[in-house]
Write a protein that binds this ligand. Structure first.
Ligand code: GZL
Length: 320
């Protein structure tokens, strides 16, 4: 009888402990989280900001938002302000890969977990951040090149619009693309320059490429994001050429306007990058606070889209 009583007491104790230990995923109300966002350079970036703010609202999280206008010094200032305010956690979309060790050490010393969203950092000690929630940029670059290789039978002179210099997205997309075209002796990048992930930047660089090269020698434009290729499409049209026909296009993000361009026959392919990174980021913070193991990298997938489904995709995505 005594053993039975002990067993029942132990079972009750375990149930009480378990109920304290599992914080329901979305019961994060009361948390204050600082979010240092890069800026609003592209349609994708704006969607990411809207999505993360909405997810915080849904979970009852108080989100302190800072727009760094694409400047690392503004991001570092914002992180120091979040640390001084004693936030529960920090989200950081790092504009460039390097220069974060000191401020991330200050966050770690203050016991504040930092989750990287959509881009990565290069630090000596990767315990300075909890996890990175992003796509695999090298894979995106490889996918883009593989599609172009099969579309052109491995014969294509390419101009490249790079993203922000020093950003992990630009560095890794460029690497992935180069990895694959190296397998095709007749595929060459004949010009490459940064358009800083903006439409205006993409247009200006493409205008320069079209002046510097005989446009007839340009088979395709590879852009590290859709916004730059949308600017390039404008420049190609103003030069009297047909984008998507005379010069093929391949880019990354899958923003609504690239689907419109594909439906209009002016673009050929895009690799999707989900802007909905808030859910996985807030879940990682939740798991960390519940004492659970958090992987160092939480990867989002990268499907490709083409003109065949572009009109439907545009209708779906632009209605949101
Ligand atoms: C990638 C992200 C890139 C987008 C661009 O995760 O950092 O930055 O591809 C944005 O649109 O400017």
């Amino acid at each position: 009888m005594r053993i039975l009583k002990l067993f029942v007491l132990a079972a009750i104790a375990m149930m009480v402990f378990a109920s304290y230990n599992t914080i329901p995923t979305h019961a994060q109300s009361g948390l204050t989280i600082g979010f240092s966002q890069i800026g609003s350079e592209s349609g994708w970036r704006t969607s990411e900001t809207v999505s993360i703010k909405a997810e915080a609202e849904k979970r009852g999280i108080k989100l302190l938002f800072d727009d760094a206008q694409q400047k690392q010094e503004n991001q570092i200032k914002a992180l120091r302000s979040f640390i001084a305010q004693g936030v529960d956690a920090i989200l950081l979309a790092p504009v460039v890969e390097t220069g974060w060790d000191d401020v991330l050490k200050e966050a770690k010393d203050a016991g504040i977990p930092v989750v990287l969203v959509d881009r990565g950092v290069k630090v000596d000690d990767d315990s300075l951040y909890l996890t990175k929630v992003s796509s695999d940029f090298v894979h995106e670059g490889r996918l883009a090149a593989a599609w172009l290789a099969q579309r052109t039978n491995g014969i294509c002179q390419i101009v490249e619009l790079q993203g922000t210099i020093g950003s992990s997205a630009a560095i890794d997309r460029q690497k992935g693309f180069a990895d694959v075209i190296a397998l095709f002796p007749e595929m060459k990048i004949i010009a490459t320059q940064s358009g800083d992930f903006t439409r205006d930047g993409g247009k200006k660089v493409m205008e320069a490429f079209l002046k510097a090269q005989d446009p007839k020698t340009i088979c395709a434009v590879w852009a590290h994001n859709d916004d730059m290729v949308l600017g390039a499409i404008q420049a190609i049209k103003e030069a009297g050429l047909k984008p998507g026909v005379d010069i093929l296009t391949i880019s990354v993000d899958a923003v609504p306007d690239i689907f419109k361009a594909m439906a209009d026959g002016e673009a050929n392919a895009t690799v999707e990058l989900s802007p909905n990174l808030g859910g996985p980021a807030f879940d990682a913070i939740n798991d960390f606070k519940a004492g659970k193991e958090v992987p160092k990298w939480i990867v989002s997938t990268s499907p490709m889209y083409f003109p065949a489904t572009a009109a439907d995709e545009y209708a779906k995505r632009s209605a949101k």
